[in-house]
Design a protein around this ligand. Sequence first.
Ligand SMILES: *Cc1c(COP(=O)(O)O)cnc(C)c1O
Length: 231
Amino acid sequence: MSVIKENLEEIRLKIKRAAEKSGRKPEDIMLLGVTKTVDCERIQELADLGVKELGENRVQELMTKIDVIKGGVNWHLIGSLQTNKVKYIIGRVKLIHSVDSIHLAEEISRRSVKAGLATDILLEVNAAGEESKHGFSPAEIYGVVDKLREFDGIRVKGLMTVAPYDENPDNNRVYFKKMRELFIDIKAKNRNNIDMSFLSMGMTNDYEAAIEEGANIVRIGTGIFGERNYN
Ligand SMILES: *Cc1c(COP(=O)(O)O)cnc(C)c1O
């Protein structure tokens, strides 16, 4: 069996267990295969194994892969997005996870309207308040949601966070819980144009804890492909 297949089977089993622990079905959890730095041959292998939701964190790298990978895959942008790159991805990605400023949302809105379509986005939250991380603070997210309701061409579909790296993933539960609280709270307000469907949190190191705390998208790279090689 190939390494990718073997890794994938283990991840699927762990997703199933964590989903059941939180009273959900494994199919309620989306596994997003994170393909940054991975060559197209290995990405295609993953797609052929049934992982159809793929995530990249850089626009340029995404564009080199998007027309090569076959089999009805959906691409997600998960990394920080510069406004001047928005035009390249409108209409080409299923979901932008990393909207971290009103200015960026404005540009996505403008470009989407121009293209005659609507773009689904998640709002990135800096749940741990880390200096080095992008995202809105938990405190400002309500105001942001209110503001974005007025924007045409975007649909807010949920929240995303990148938790700190911690050898003990249980230490991130406090941030995952915070995210779930925000998610549930905003959902309960039932705002126009705001549809809290996706809570994107959990990576290789902490996806089981994230699912147990309510994630329904996990973004996994290393766990599938092995350690990345940044040359
Ligand atoms: C790289 C990346 C991931 C995947 O990280 P792994 O630890 O390799 O699973 C998830 N989310 C974002 C935003 C990333 O940049």
